[in-house]
Design a protein around this ligand. Structure first.
Ligand code: FAD
Ligand code: SIN
Length: 526
């Protein structure tokens, strides 16, 4: 059966901060279609708590923000990408404020909080710990004001359509129908891949689809071993690992082991505000020492009224588990939070495939190096979303791109063996456990090789068909898990968030980046 066909000038896949900001940039350049695989707001952006980093306070400078970002990235940041982030950030934040974004203030001045590895208070926040929700609200409202932007929600992108080495659209599953959307340029803004790990802060949509579909299309993928694990998520066996913002430590919260002993000063000179990877490993070490599944976050010494007002979402959520954060110690443990690697792009969002652009967490611009500085990713979404939109518009004008329609999807899908939903769920759950246990915070050749062997045995699944979105997501998760594992095996050294217990120093050629292209394996690039 021939799929439904739609045509549009620009196809933006993803409706978080990066996708929406790109769409807004494109709104005056042609027709734009924004796809989201779930309801419009369901994204990591919506759940972002701590805030958005920007050098706008009186005590700050873009040069200091640059230095902090480079330091957190542990020698692997692409310096020109960082320069752009910190220099273009302030203007884009002021623009967001002019569009209606309300950030918290002290009197008439913007209020900046502290987060780990920042040397200044530079993180803007909204309604305490609901920063992402505010940014998503403003961008959705702004996008709606342009008649040229339309949306398709609950539209799951299955694959990119590539013809003559050029990306010309995407095949999209909507209910039981496949829609082929043909476009002059395609912007991937599908966010992260935290769901590949059994413990993650990420929402259910974060299954790494953009990375997997770009890989299948032949795009260069890079730095996949660099996964950031957030140190403090609620540890409650029956609950998902709800994030407890780093801003809590920024406001004075302390980490204590299960015996009530504060431990961070023994591990790092910056104590609770050490870089995330250092805090995460210190927590793991304390959990091992005390034979416990968690440590505690302690805010009980802080003013109760201040805590309630500053962290209203966290306060209310923890109460659902009978934890009053103003009175009780909060059990916490780390969880997968952010992927620094992804679809390789230059500073204008161009990928290695013509017509395909990427921005936000799915992209690997090198701006975060081996470890992202807290609260830099919302800023990245704004800055690189806008830049990518600009570049995509220029591309279709300069290259006089026309929409190309081809006979496309589904090709031979009916001939493939189908994986039943029950089998998908069982293997999906095992995958998440294997990747958390063997490719998690502390890795070594032995653990990675076990994961690789497990994944290799599942290779046949990549050639199966599936009955629903969960199945296609699982296929993408399998690909992303393979890319992370292979990259982690290749990097024989510990840099930033990638820690190998069998290679504790940085190792030879550590300044090179890992990269992979379908059919060409894993290799290093500069
Ligand atoms: P997202 O906001 O995740 O949006 C992805 C979009 O892609 C969604 O619309 C989704 O539907 C769509 N999509 C995905 N796959 C498909 C598909 N196959 N087909 C169609 N559509 C698809 N960063 C900060 O800077 N500050 C913070 O305070 C902060 N707090 C965080 C708190 C939490 C709990 C989490 C999870 C992350 C936090 N981060 C924070 C990280 C930050 O939120 C994300 O990196 C950022 O929001 C990613 O934006 P994005 O636009 O790239 O992707
Ligand atoms: C947090 O609030 O701790 C998350 C901030 C981030 O991931 O940048």
């Amino acid at each position: 059966m021939r799929p439904e066909v739609r045509t549009v000038d620009f196809l933006v896949i993803g409706g978080g901060v990066a996708g929406l900001r790109a769409a807004i940039e494109l709104a005056t350049k042609g027709s734009v279609l924004v796809l989201t695989k779930d309801k419009p707001t369901e994204s990591s952006t919506e759940y972002a708590q701590g805030g958005i980093a920007v050098a706008l306070s009186d005590e700050d400078e873009v040069g200091i923000h640059y230095e902090d970002t480079i330091k957190a990235g542990d020698g692997l940041c692409r310096e020109h990408a960082v320069k752009i982030l910190v220099e273009e950030g302030p203007e884009l934040i002021l623009e967001l404020i002019s569009w209606g974004a309300e950030f918290d203030k002290e009197g008439t001045k913007l209020s900046f909080t502290m987060e780990a590895a920042h040397s200044r208070r530079r993180v803007l926040h909204s309604r305490g710990d609901a920063t992402g929700k505010e940014i998503e609200r403003v961008l959705i409202t702004k996008a709606r004001s342009f008649p040229s932007i339309s949306r398709l929600d609950f539209a799951f992108t299955l694959d990119l359509i590539v013809d003559n080495d050029r990306c010309i659209g995407a095949a999209v599953l909507r209910g039981d129908t496949v829609v082929n959307v043909f476009a002059k340029a395609v912007i991937l803004a599908t966010g992260g891949a935290g769901q590949v790990f059994s413990r993650t802060t990420n929402p259910m949509i974060a299954t790494g689809d953009g990375i997997a579909i770009a890989f299948r299309a032949g795009a260069l993928i890079s730095d996949m071993e660099f996964i950031q694990f957030h140190p403090t998520t609620l540890y409650f066996p029956a609950a998902p690992p709800f994030l407890l913002s780093e801003a809590m430590r920024g406001e004075g919260a302390l980490l204590k082991n299960v015996n009530g002993k504060r431990f961070m000063p023994e591990y790092h000179e910056m104590s609770e505000l050490a870089p995330r990877d250092a805090v995460t490993r210190a927590i793991v070490s304390e959990m091992v020492k005390t034979n416990s599944k968690h440590v505690y976050l302690d805010l009980t010494h802080l003013d109760k009224e201040f805590v309630r007002k500053r962290f209203p979402v966290i306060y209310a959520t923890c109460l659902q588990y009978n934890i009053d954060i103003t009175e009780d110690l909060i059990p916490v443990s780390p969880a997968a939070h952010y992927i620094m690697g992804g679809v390789y792009t230059n500073i204008d969002g161009e990928t290695s495939i013509k017509g395909l652009f990427a921005a936000g967490e799915v992209a690997s611009t090198g701006v975060h190096g081996a470890n992202r500085l807290a609260s830099n990713s919302l800023l990245e979404g704004l800055v690189y979303g806008a830049r990518t939109g600009k570049r995509a518009a220029k591309y279709i004008t300069e290259e006089k791109v026309e929409i190309t329609e081809i006979e496309s999807y589904p090709k031979g899908i009916a001939d493939k063996p189908a994986m039943l939903p029950g089998d998908v769920e069982k293997t999906r759950s095992s995958l998440r456990q294997v990747i958390w246990n063997k490719v998690g915070i502390i890795r070594c050749d032995e653990s990675l090789s076990i994961a690789k062997k497990w994944l290799d045995k599942k290779n046949a699944i990549l050639d199966m068909s599936f009955q629903n979105r969960r199945g296609f997501e699982f296929k993408n998760m399998l690909t992303v898990a393979q890319l992370i594992t292979d990259s982690a095996l290749l990097r024989k050294g510990s840099v930033g968030a990638h820690f190998r217990s069998d290679f504790k120093s940085k190792g030879d050629n550590w300044q090179r980046h890992t990269a992979c292209v379908r059919g060409k394996g894993i290799f290093s690039i500069d």
